[in-house]
Structures are given as C-alpha cells and as structure tokens.
Write a protein that binds this ligand. Structure first.
Ligand code: MF3
Ligand code: CO
Ligand code: CO
Length: 254
C-alpha cells in the first residue's frame, strides 16, 4: 500500500491529538510511585483523556482492555493494566494513543519508580538516544531503512539487542497505517520519506535476548524470553519540506 500524504487539515488534527497524547505522559508522572497499581494509573489516564474531549485508541482495540499500555521491567510492550503494584526500583513504560476529533497521536516513554539500578538507567538512556538517532534520519528523500539502520547500530554498539517483532507505523487517520517502520534495517533500503507523511518510531531495546514471548493468559503482554529488562520510547513524526517535526515532543527535547 502507498504511504498516505496527509493534507494540511489532517496534519493540524493529528498535531493536536499528538500533543494531547504527550501531555498524558506528563500528567501521569506523579502517579508512577511505589504502591500504585498499573490499573490505577490507567484510570487516571482515561479520566484525563476524556476530560480533554478525546478517547483512548487502545480501549477495545482487538479486545485490549486498557486505556494505555503499562509495561514494567521485562515487559517489552502491550502490557495490560492490572493489579500489579509498582515497587521501588521498577522501570515502567507507558504508551498512550489518543483519538481526538477522529485523529490519532501515539507516544510512549519510560518512568523510574523511585531509585533504580545503574543498569536500568543506562538501558533507558540508550533507548532514548536510539529514538533520537532514528528521528535524525527523518527528512524528505531519505529511506525508511536508515531509521532502523542507525537505531540498531547504536544499540548493538552499546551491547543491547533490538526487538524485531514489533515496529513503528504510519499513524493519524487510523491507529496503524503503512509503512511498517522497522527498528533494525539495512542501510539505504525501503521507501523514501516525503513531506506530509506521518509515522511513529518506537524502538524496543533489550538487555538480553531480543525475542518476545506473548503472555498466554491475556494474549497481549509481550515479555523478554530471558526475563531481562526492556525499554521503549515512541514519538509521532511528521515529514516536512525541510526535515521533520516531532508532534509528541511535549518536553521540548526536539
Ligand atoms: N500504542 C501501541 C503502538 O505504539 C499499540 C498498542 S496496541 C494495544 O503501536 F492494543 F496493545 F493497545
Ligand atoms: Co505506535
Ligand atoms: Co504507542
């Protein structure tokens, strides 16, 4: 399928939804503390999203029961909010996708629960840099493969593995659109980026093996096969005439 070029009006709508999704991540910071369950954080997110006139895209999506994904420690992604109580030293990924006036925005980040180990902090830092390296490849004429090429090169250099079973994706008018944005790829492969394309980059980086195993009970929660830590960051990116705009940059990092 061809990659959609969004109209000016669509871009404006997706920008607003993306901003809202990112503001949810900021709002949730104060609730990511020892003793809170991931379900409690989920409910705070749902309330905030509804208060801002939007709905969570994940709720009811292919049977998913959460308004956000909450993925602690060895959970790679798609963690289902539940009665798990956060404890000092945990790391947690929260992934938010909003639908605002029909438009989708998608972003995730890592949180530290109290004091975390140096190993965990280093994994988070490297994963955040991986996303940055991917975004640096976003400009008209460049090929999508260069995103995954740079991400995997950096992650491997730091001694980590890159999850291949889940990818970034076109986003905006639907939750998941073309193209698939792989986080491991060969240099100068794939389609070319054009102004008006909107997609996510969302590298999942593991301490140990790359392989993900899906929880048999809930059918969603993806864990590292070896039980070692995993981290992820995600932004929604618009290709512009000159380069790109990070639509979910609520912290002013891009
Ligand atoms: N937000 C996730 C992504 O970035 C998708 C979550 S799908 C769900 O692609 F069903 F698990 F919520
Ligand atoms: Co996504
Ligand atoms: Co997401």
């Amino acid at each position: 399928m061809a990659i959609r070029i969004k109209t000016k009006e669509q871009i404006e709508g997706i920008r607003e939804s993306s901003k809202l999704a990112a503001s949810v991540l900021k709002y949730l910071e104060e609730f990511v503390v020892p003793g809170n369950t991931t379900k409690y954080i989920n409910d705070k997110a749902l309330e905030y999203i509804k208060d801002h006139g939007a709905t969570p895209a994940t709720l009811g999506y292919k049977g998913f029961t959460g308004s956000i994904c909450t993925s602690p420690n060895e959970v790679i992604c798609h963690g289902v909010p539940n009665q798990y109580e956060l404890k000092e030293g945990d790391i947690l990924n929260i992934d938010v996708t909003t639908i605002l006036n029909k438009y989708y925005g998608d972003t995730c980040k890592m949180y530290a629960v109290g004091e975390i180990s140096d190993n965990a902090q280093r994994l988070i830092d490297v994963t955040k840099t991986c996303l940055k390296k991917g975004v640096e490849e976003c400009y008209p004429g460049n090929r999508f493969g260069n995103i995954g090429y740079q991400i995997s090169r950096y992650a491997h250099k730091k001694g980590y593995s890159v999850v291949w079973q889940f990818c970034g994706h076109g986003v905006g008018l639907k939750f998941h659109e073309d193209p698939e944005v792989s986080h491991i790829a060969d240099k100068n492969t794939g389609k070319r980026m054009r102004p008006g394309m909107i997609f996510t980059i969302e590298p999942m980086i593991n301490e140990g093996v790359a392989e993900a195993v899906i929880d048999r009970a809930d059918g969603w929660t993806a864990r590292t096969r070896d039980g070692k830590l995993s981290a992820q960051f995600e932004h929604t990116i618009l290709i512009t005439d000159k380069g790109c705009e990070c639509l979910t940059d609520v912290y002013g990092e891009y």
